[in-house]
Design a protein around this ligand. Structure first.
Ligand SMILES: Nc1ncnc2c1ncn2[C@@H]1O[C@H](COP(=O)(O)OP(=O)(O)OP(=O)(O)O)[C@@H](O)[C@H]1O
Ligand SMILES: [Mg+2]
Length: 394
């Protein structure tokens, strides 16, 4: 029987036996440390290091060739016309360079960047205050734009299209709307969940860039560049080893580089070679495919506890003791991309590769087999499942 998200018994069972990780002997502090090591989000001190490593111009950006070329054209054309460029939406998993690109857009246009985020705009008034302070050509960066409140979103439609907002003064029958002109500006929105943006908002962006995970050779370049900036000495395959375990994500590559450097300084002669990188990353529990503790926990629960699925994402999240969003935005995209997990209309399913990765025998009758068998056209490659990218979690 498939375990669905409204299967409360299952969820409750998951809550009481939250996944403790492969090594339950770790203290809470150690566990927290390991989580930040491989988390896709940046926090605290890391933001300062990130700022130092961020590419400052489009030319410095590694990879994302298509996005770079398209965005380059949008900006160049706007510069020639002497106008603010069209609004830009940047979407993609955490740590792939959305904030970096937003900063580059402003820098390339020689305009100041104003920063805010969806959750910070709780009232339409918050947005009106920001917009009314804008100067012609300003770039307004709204991070996590899918988390903006509905009234603010509606105000934003008007601002994006007509460069005008209606500020409502007073309440009830006496309320009046005062139209307020806004100088032409460029909105840059970033989201990890483009699917959550309402259509009218999405349609008002003149250019949408979807950032893809990076290839190992691109990540290797990023590791080399960062090592240069940080003064870390790399030798013989050290950069490639870090790149191959970085889950296609520059932020993780940079972070693993710093941890490997720590290891190299304390336990070796400071030079990051392949054996040094390998030993250090094994120590930090980042496996050879780049799976971290959360990824492995998700696979482990999916295979061992739910027999390979199908299981709803909320149930999975409860079972690994994480937020649904974390599982959905951080762990899943990489697992799907690696062909280890599939999103099917009935829930999440483990692929044969997932069982193999965990060192478990692939069950003869699995949900994966049933699902692939039932697809039009018969059996498919694990990658095909990634096409099933809507939210079939219920
Ligand atoms: N194309 C790239 N080339 C080199 N470094 C990059 C590239 N993209 C990202 N980085 C590095 O990765 C780090 C994270 O990038 P960034 O903060 O832009 O990600 P993000 O997509 O905004 O993530 P989030 O969704 O968590 O906000 C940056 O510090 C930057 O140094
Ligand atoms: Mg960001």
């Amino acid at each position: 029987m498939p375990h669905s998200d409204d299967d409360l018994d299952t969820a409750a069972d998951g809550a009481s036996t939250a996944y403790a990780g492969p090594d339950a002997r770790l203290s809470a502090a150690e566990d927290a440390h390991l989580r930040t090591l491989t988390a896709a989000e940046a926090e605290g001190d890391e933001r300062a290091v990130e700022a130092a490593l961020r590419p400052r111009t489009l030319d410095e950006v590694v990879g994302q060739v298509r996005v770079r070329e398209q965005l380059g054209l949008v900006l160049e054309a706007a510069r020639r016309r002497g106008r603010a460029p069209d609004h830009v939406l940047l979407s993609g998993p955490p740590g792939l360079g959305k904030t970096t690109l937003a900063m580059i857009i402003a820098a390339e246009m020689g305009s100041p960047l104003r920063l805010t985020s969806g959750p910070a705009i709780t009232h339409a008034g918050d947005l009106a205050a920001i917009l009314s302070g804008m100067v012609e050509g300003d770039v307004l960066f709204v991070d996590e734009i899918h988390r903006m409140s509905r009234p603010a979103e509606e105000m934003l439609y008007l601002a994006m299209e007509d460069f005008r907002v209606d500020v409502v003064i007073g309440k009830g029958p006496g309320a009046t709307a005062i139209p307020l002109e806004i100088p032409p500006f460029t909105l840059v929105g970033a989201t990890t969940r483009a699917g959550l943006l309402p259509g009218p908002l999405r349609d008002r962006f003149g250019f949408t860039a979807h950032l893809e995970f990076y290839e190992p050779d691109e990540l290797e370049l990023i590791v080399r560049r960062s090592a240069d900036l940080l003064g870390v000495e790399l030798a013989g395959g050290g950069a490639a080893e870090i790149a191959s375990r970085s889950r296609g994500t520059p932020r993780i590559a940079n972070r693993l580089l710093r941890r490997v450097r720590d290891y190299a300084q304390v336990r070796a002669d400071g030079v990051v070679t392949q054996p040094v990188a390998r030993t250090a990353l094994d120590l930090y529990e980042v496996d050879s495919s780049g799976l971290d503790r959360l990824d492995r926990a998700v696979l482990d629960v999916l295979c061992r506890r739910f027999g390979g699925g199908p299981v709803g994402v909320s149930t999975l999240a409860v079972a690994v003791g994480e937020e649904r969003e974390t599982v959905e935005e951080v762990a899943e995209p990489f697992l799907v991309r690696s062909g280890l997990l599939a999103r099917t209309p009935r829930g999440r399913v483990a692929t044969p590769a997932a069982w193999e990765h965990l060192g478990l025998p692939v069950p003869a009758a699995s949900a994966w087999g049933a699902w692939v068998g039932g697809q039009p056209g018969g059996a498919g490659e694990p990658g095909d499942a990634a096409l099933f990218d809507d939210d079939p979690s219920t």
